[in-house]
Design a protein around this ligand. Structure first.
Ligand code: KMH
Ligand code: ZN
Length: 278
């Protein structure tokens, strides 16, 4: 029997805009509602970014605090994972603003890369600093891997004692500048994972569906949502991340996998405390 599958909803990200889709949430209330809808659709975990009301990316603690307060007030007990990646061009100090009380996990991006036409900077010194902050706060790191060499950085972090098992790796494939979202690439990356690791996969753009199906078949967890993909089908915008989660739930069941509850996700990820919800 494989583990239940943790479906993570990445409901907003830092890059997609309302010019691309009217369904991209911006305000803390909209982002919280998108997270609650995704949780109702079957997501056990939510990956959060924040925005200013005009849509610019925000790592302001006050925005993250409001999103978390609102989703808990709505009875949502999903695992809350806050992005420390933020948006390209932000300083590490700014990026760390997301790690507010109520966060349970934080992302740890494992290297510098081209990100579209820009450069997403994550020096080894920065990575160690973010890993240290996650440790201080008792947050579970989700290691974001976009390219094969980042697994060597993971190995280095382990050797240096910056990360403790079990490890949790998110393969984000299909970012222009990182590895493409192919079955061959995912299989190759999986060969480089240390034990014990939980892994999950997110395909960018139209690869979201295919990579989710592949990850489900290989025993992994999946991430879907508007951060990575705005479309339900060719030319059909998803009305929100919940629709993409619903589709992932259907794929999981078809693959003989059971979507994890938030409590099961916490057990798998080693998160001890449960949040207080309304
Ligand atoms: N917005 C990307 C540059 C994360 O959340 O940690 C970084 C990102 C990764 O989205
Ligand atoms: Zn993100």
């Amino acid at each position: 029997m494989s583990d239940p599958v943790i479906i993570t909803a990445a409901v907003v990200g830092a890059e997609v805009t309302r010019a691309q889709s009217p369904h991209v949430p911006y305000t803390p209330a909209e982002i919280a509602q998108a997270a609650v809808d995704a949780w109702r659709a079957g997501a056990a975990s939510v990956h959060l970014h924040a925005r200013w009301p005009d849509g610019r990316p925000s790592q302001e603690p006050v925005h993250f605090r409001e999103i978390i307060d609102r989703l808990r007030a709505a009875g949502c007990d999903a695992v809350v994972q806050c992005s420390t990646g933020g948006a390209v061009g932000m300083s590490v100090d700014e990026r760390l603003g997301s790690l507010v009380e109520g966060a349970e996990m934080g992302t740890l991006n494992l290297g510098t890369m081209n990100f579209g036409d820009e450069v997403f900077l994550n020096s080894r010194r920065d990575i160690v600093r973010i890993a240290g902050r996650l440790r201080e706060r008792g947050l579970v790191p989700e290691c974001e891997v976009y390219d094969a060499g980042m697994l060597d950085t993971l190995a280095w972090l382990r050797r240096q004692g910056h990360l403790a098992p079990p490890y949790h790796v998110q393969f984000v494939l299909g970012v222009p500048g990182g590895m493409s979202a192919s079955a061959r690439n995912l299989r190759f990356l999986l060969e480089g994972l240390p034990e014990p690791t939980h892994w999950t996969a997110a395909g960018v753009g139209r690869a979201q569906l295919e990579l989710a199906a592949l990850a489900l078949g290989l025993g992994g967890h999946v991430r879907v949502g508007l951060e990575d993909n705005l479309f339900l089908a060719k030319g059909v915008l998803a009305k929100g991340s919940a629709e993409l989660v619903e589709r992932a739930v259907g794929l999981a069941r078809a693959a003989g996998r059971v979507p994890a509850t938030p409590a099961e996700a916490r057990r798998l990820l080693g998160i001890e405390a449960s949040p207080a919800v309304a």
